[in-house]
Design a protein around this ligand. Structure first.
Ligand code: ZN
Length: 377
């Protein structure tokens, strides 16, 4: 199963020349889950060619509660020429299994299915759900459309991202914003004759740097290594020649709010900070959201799923410094953690791999988790 999943390309990428439908892998999972006795529901997203899958096993006497095991079916693109193995052929060497998505995170589905072979589903006393989403690596479009499925209310959710089977219980959110300045070009001999977009951007950056300090002073969350929200200047482009008044300048920045921070609060903060500059240069400044925001996420520390996961794996819960689908899954109303085999350090890398030695223990822990939550003997 692992080999078959790796062999089916399902790259999600904002560059259309890389982007691939995840239909084949969803169909493959659907057929396997159907054979096991799950009720399989596949839904096409608003974006054509992309699919979510929800497989339900709901015992007659318990239609609510239970466990959701979730993951994404897409991978990032691969670096052509930097892989020493074919990214679509699962390849074993040196105690490692190589392949695109081997760690992040197609393998998880194979391990869950394998764990399920050891369980008599008819013995389940609580529902078991398997969720496979699309486009986690780009827009999180799949996770944003979970409400398209008829209601399901698991009590607990585990998202099988590669955490080396350490329960992850929080991460910051992520926003990518563009500030675009449209000025007025002119001959450089009289810089005052136009509106210089680079000069306006200078004022904008001064204000945004103020937000950086405000973040540091106003917020503190000791969960995170960087204990406050961040704003990073990532790219800037403007102008074309030294002897012209620069007419256009664009800045791309990334913001990482703490869990619990309202995204609109951040937009308000930017608006407030830029109000004076905007008044000085009417209609010159616009803020463009480069993707839908991803909120921060936190699972209550005393949540039952955290203690179950810690007990089963022997690993203590920790925060992550990357984003996941957890805030969207948590929105279903379930206690949600992120925990799966494989190491995040190998994700998004050429020659992505998972250690063979990790697989059997992870599979066993997943099986124990299902038995524990869903009551199978
Ligand atoms: Zn992932």
């Amino acid at each position: 199963m692992y080999r078959e999943l790796i062999a089916l390309p399902s790259v999600s990428c904002l560059d259309p020349s890389w982007d691939t439908s995840n239909k084949a892998i969803i169909e493959k999972l659907a057929s396997w889950l159907d054979l096991l006795g799950f009720q399989v529901d596949v839904r096409e997203l608003k974006q054509p060619g992309k699919y979510n899958l929800l497989a339900r096993y709901e015992p007659e006497l318990a239609q609510q509660g239970g466990l959701l095991l979730a993951g994404h079916t897409d991978t990032v693109p691969w670096d052509e020429g930097r892989w020493t193995h074919d990214p679509f052929k699962l390849h074993e060497a040196d105690g490692r299994l190589y392949g695109l998505g081997s760690a992040d995170m197609k393998g998880f589905f194979a391990f869950v299915l394998e764990a399920l072979r050891g369980i008599e589903l008819k013995q389940l006393t609580k529902p078991l759900y398997i969720l496979a989403t699309a486009d986690e690596e780009t827009t999180m479009a799949g996770a944003r459309e979970l409400h398209a499925f008829p209601e399901f209310r698991p009590e607990f959710a585990v998202i099988g991202e590669p955490t080396s089977m350490t329960p992850v219980t929080s991460h910051k959110g992520h926003l990518t914003e563009a500030v675009r300045i449209i000025g007025q070009s002119g001959h450089s001999s009289n810089p005052a004759a136009g509106v210089n977009a680079i000069e306006v951007m200078h004022d904008v950056i001064t204000e945004l740097r103020g937000i950086q300090s405000e973040f540091k002073q106003r917020y503190h969350d000791a969960t995170f290594e960087v204990p406050y929200p961040t704003l990073n200047f990532g790219a800037i482009h403007g102008g074309d020649a030294a002897n012209r008044i620069c007419a256009c300048c664009e800045l791309h920045l990334d913001m990482r709010p703490l869990p619990g921070m309202n995204v609109n609060e951040l937009y308000d903060l930017i608006d407030h900070r830029l109000a004076d500059v905007k008044a000085r240069y009417p209609n010159a400044i616009s803020l463009i959201h480069m993707h839908e925001p991803i909120p921060g996420y936190r699972c209550r520390h005393d949540a039952e799923i955290v203690s179950i996961a810690e007990e089963l794996t022997g690993n203590t819960a920790e925060p992550a410094n990357y984003c996941t689908e957890a805030p969207f899954v948590q929105d279903l109303g379930c206690e949600t953690i992120v925990m799966g085999p494989g190491n995040i350090a190998q994700a998004h890398q050429p020659d992505e791999f998972i250690l063979v030695s990790e697989i059997a223990p992870a599979q066993q822990q997943i099986e124990q988790l299902i038995r524990r939550v869903c009551g199978a003997q």
